[in-house]
Design a protein around this ligand. Structure first.
Ligand code: PLP
Length: 365
């Protein structure tokens, strides 16, 4: 039987660094310091340096990093947060959890990112924060988006969960957030996230919020939460960060190879598949193609033991939990079309030439 091809191969990632990881975990176990502490500080400093941002605050997940960022900016009841209609749920979920209202903007079909031309019309007097997402690892159009935010007096929080390593990612907004969920480009062995900021006061607020709003033990200035990062996760991430640049380079190479294979196969010319060309820096968290016959293609891949993914099958405004916001089918045509047509193919730094050929030739058949 032909070997299966996974969407992401964590076994291939682990094999060459297994000893280093186990050593780091052992050191952490023996230190008996399991939450925050030296490993977390070291990781925060390393990420801040890597991304060229002054302050980095480790968190319990990417979701919690986003949540505490909005909390630090005082988002609450009556506020609106403008964001993309097409992202992972957390981008909008954190807004609702604070009693604020997510206001959605359709995407630019060529990048899957928020369409800058549609942002202004979504901004009302209640809008407080703008949350662009660098979907699939490609930067949103930050120059234009930053200008729009400035013009309307909105603060920007970047959801950079899928884009660590992209040029400037995490440093465009007042706060930028990363996720270290196991499937992300830089991944923990459990949950982890981070909020970055150039602003010292915001950094201080974030540190306080992640620790139940206390700067001094048992003295709570504000109501925060337990959004702290585990030391073991930071220890793992400190090892993996050394490989991130190599992994990003490899992801870009695999993407270029996919592009070539698709062109050679005639699939793009035939109009049956569309291979979106990146227009801004891209770290290929996902390699996403689109097709009107997406579901048939996906079934065929599955039959050949090739995994694929749909990110995301339902646009955010059409999620059942947001039905009270009153959006309906047809309100976000490009997000809805993306939800019907996108297909994420296996993408990881260790992907082989054989695997890529098999994937594209299966689709060609
Ligand atoms: C993964 C992800 C998150 C949430 O991160 P977690 O660490 O899973 O909580 C938020 N936004 C986007 C776009 C993501 O991809």
């Amino acid at each position: 039987m032909v070997p299966k091809i996974p969407l992401i191969d964590l076994e291939a990632q682990l094999a060459p660094i297994r000893d280093e990881i186990l050593e780091a975990i052992t050191r952490c176990v023996d230190s008996r310091n399991y939450i925050l502490g030296e490993e977390v500080t070291r990781f925060e400093d390393a990420i801040a340096t890597h991304c060229g941002v002054e302050h980095a605050v480790g968190a319990s997940s990417g979701t919690d990093a986003l949540l505490m960022s909005l909390m630090a900016l005082g988002v609450g009841r009556g506020d609106e947060v403008v964001t993309t209609a097409y992202s992972f749920f957390a981008t909008a979920g954190v807004v609702s959890r604070l009693g604020a209202t997510p206001v959605f903007v359709d995407i630019d079909p060529s990048t899957f990112n928020i369409d800058p031309a549609r942002i202004a019309e979504a901004i009302t007097g209640r809008a407080k924060v703008l949350v662009p997402v660098h979907l699939f690892g490609q930067l949103a159009e930050m120059q234009t988006i930053t200008d729009i935010a400035d013009q309307h007096g909105l603060v920007m929080v970047e959801d950079a969960a899928q884009a660590i390593g992209a040029e400037g990612a995490g440093g465009f907004g007042a706060i930028g957030c990363f996720s270290f969920y196991p499937s992300k480009n830089l991944s923990a062995m459990g949950e982890g996230g981070m909020a970055l900021t150039h602003d010292e006061e915001l950094a201080r607020a974030l540190r306080r919020l992640r620790n139940h709003g206390a700067e001094t033990t048992y003295l709570h200035d504000v109501v925060g939460g337990n959004f702290r990062m585990d030391a073991v996760q930071a220890a793992v991430l400190n090892v993996k960060l050394r490989y991130l640049d190599d992994w990003t380079r490899a992801r870009r190479q695999k993407a270029r190879r996919y592009d070539e294979l698709f062109r050679e196969s005639g699939l793009v010319e035939s109009g049956r598949f569309e291979i979106p060309t990146p227009v801004r820096d891209h770290v290929y968290h996902q390699y996403v193609i689109r097709s009107e016959q997406r579901d048939a293609a996906r079934a065929r891949l599955a039959k050949e033991g090739i995994a694929s993914g749909i990110y995301y099958p339902v646009p955010l405004p059409l999620q059942p939990c947001f039905s009270h916001l009153g959006y309906g089918p047809g309100d976000f045509p490009e997000s809805e079309r993306a939800a019907r047509e996108t297909l994420a193919l296996p993408m990881f730094p260790e992907l082989t030439e054989d695997q890529q050929q098999r994937i594209v030739s299966t689709l060609a058949r």
